[in-house]
Design a protein around this ligand. Structure first.
Ligand code: AHG
Ligand code: MN
Ligand code: MN
Length: 341
């Protein structure tokens, strides 16, 4: 590893590319890396440490704000990331999948005398958490916005409700056969692999781009019959073109594979769930930002998701993301859809 870039070295070196950069965003990104190491350690030992299974509350299975069952590791990952983010002086507020409202971060109350930080963070602390008990990959997804409201006041919903194109940074951690952190600050996408023997992330995937040829489509087949018009025809065209299906049930893992092997991820609206399942602020937007930086594009049905103005903290959105040429083909199928269901 001599001469290799650690995550911290790389983040700081890249900071110099931004005129007037203060190092605040670099600090925040390296803090996210630290929290990822803590969660990684827990995930790796999950079967041994009694942390598999559903979180219990008053003798019943616990649910989050969206009524979804919480796993013990959802709660652990949420505690860890939100605790680390709250101790970062650069953070003024956090929205987490696992908590209903904005977590306000007032550093003066913590005796740090600095008021509220200038960034807000949207986070899915543990993505694909139903994979945990069966030892399949899971992830963390994050998006970082610069606040619009005065830093003398608590963060407002408008600080979080910004289009994906205005993110200052976004990324994910994939806890897979190895653990990786992949992020972008708007100057390309770079991936770092964790070396547990050293306790550091090292640059392993510089300047990631979707390969020109797409091999894979990722969609839950159970939704095909009721998906919005055009999706079925598009999937048939993928099959005719020799593409293959891969779907793990963890968005981070599916997105990462498609970024490396070439492909497209689809979670469309369905008859029963017109808005689909995925969440705008901490699933769709960060991945749309990364896809755009990697030669891909992202749609929420008829709109370019990068430009969509979100309206609520936990809103759901249909999501199509992958190589730009595949997204174009999908959009063409949606426009000319004459499907008979
Ligand atoms: P989370 O565990 O954060 O709630 O996310 C699960 C999401 C996403 O990771 C995945 O792509 C999708 O749910 C899978 O949904 P289906 O089981 O409906 O296919
Ligand atoms: Mn998720
Ligand atoms: Mn989650």
């Amino acid at each position: 590893m001599i001469g290799a870039n650690t995550l911290q070295e790389f983040v700081v070196a890249r900071q110099a590319e931004f005129a007037g950069a203060t190092g605040d965003l670099s600090r925040l990104l390296t803090d996210i890396g630290t929290a990822a190491k803590m969660v990684n350690r827990h995930i790796n030992r999950a079967g041994l440490s009694g942390i598999l299974g559903a979180q219990q509350h008053n003798g019943k299975g616990s649910t989050n704000v969206q009524g979804e069952a919480q796993q013990k590791l959802d709660v652990y990952a949420d505690d860890t990331f939100t605790r680390v983010l709250q101790s970062c002086l650069k953070v003024g507020g956090v929205v987490s999948e696992e908590q209903p409202g904005i977590i306000h971060v007032d550093h003066s109350k913590r005796g740090q005398g600095r008021g509220y930080g200038k960034y807000v963070v949207c986070i899915d602390p543990l993505d694909g958490s139903s994979n945990i008990d069966v030892n399949i990959s899971v992830g963390t997804i994050f998006g970082i916005h610069k606040r619009r409201s005065p830093l003398t006041e608590p963060a407002t919903p408008e600080d979080f409700l910004q289009p994906a194109k205005d993110l200052v940074a976004a990324g994910y951690v994939l806890y897979g056969s190895s653990t990786m952190m992949v992020y972008s600050t708007g100057c390309g996408v770079n991936g770092f692999t964790y070396d547990p023997s050293i306790g550091e992330f090292f640059l392993s995937h510089p300047d990631m781009k979707f390969p020109e040829k797409s091999k894979v489509y990722s969609m839950n087949d159970a939704n095909l019959d009721t998906a919005v018009s055009g999706v079925r025809n598009y999937i048939e065209s993928c099959r005719h073109r020799g593409m293959t299906a891969r779907y793990t049930g963890a968005l981070v893992a599916d997105f990462h594979r498609n970024l490396i092997q070439g492909g497209i991820y689809l979670y469309p609206g369905t008859d029963a769930k017109p808005e689909g399942k995925l969440r705008m602020l901490y699933e769709a937007q960060p991945l749309a930002f990364l896809a755009n930086q990697a030669g891909g594009s992202t749609r929420c049905h008829n709109h370019d998701l990068l430009h969509v103005q979100p309206t609520s903290l936990h809103q759901r959105t249909p999501l199509f993301t992958g190589h730009a040429a595949e997204i174009e083909q999908l959009v063409a199928q949606m426009h000319s859809a004459v499907e008979v269901r």
